[in-house]
Design a protein around this ligand. Structure first.
Ligand code: ASC
Length: 150
């Protein structure tokens, strides 16, 4: 790679990581941001799960729209788990910052399953939606069991 190209690459990587960790004015904002994103995601996922299990009347359009919102919002919380955001109004366990690779792996798995749910929801196939809801819910639980205080 030419030196100029590698400098450009390093600059863009630095710019990205700086943006990801410095987009909040204060730690409380980051905590509020990730909790808000997770809340919106859960509300949409929960609606899909309720319809998939028959607890709520099935509506294919609501399922598809809600799963799409859950898929999008599943990508948002993670940039708000930066250094210094372990203290405050949060149930996040300290292990998140000690085991960041594992935490990221769990977060990534959840996003993959949530995206599959959005695809299944678009097809409207109830069996596929149910299976995807279970797989996604499993990834929520795995991460909560390890990294969320009761
Ligand atoms: C939800 C929610 C979770 C997951 C989990 C699935 O709707 O709030 O944490 O699903 O309960 O096991």
């Amino acid at each position: 790679m030419k030196t100029s190209a590698s400098i450009a690459l390093i600059a863009s990587v630095l710019a990205f990581t700086t943006t990801a960790s410095a987009q909040f004015a204060k730690p409380d904002d980051a905590i509020r941001y990730r909790k808000s994103a997770l809340f919106v995601m859960q509300q949409n996922f929960g609606r899909v799960a309720a319809m998939a299990s028959g607890k709520a009347p099935f509506d294919a359009k609501i399922v598809a729209d809600s799963a799409a919102v859950a898929d999008f919002t599943s990508k948002l919380p993670w940039a708000a788990f930066g250094e210094g955001t372990d203290k405050g109004d949060t149930r996040a366990k300290a292990e998140i910052w000690k085991e960041s690779a594992k935490f990221k792996e769990y977060a990534d798995k959840m996003q993959v399953e949530m995206s599959k749910l959005a695809v299944a929801a678009k097809t409207g196939n109830l069996d596929n939606i149910k299976a995807a809801v279970n797989a996604t819910g499993g990834t929520c639980k795995t991460c909560h069991d390890a990294y969320r205080k009761d």
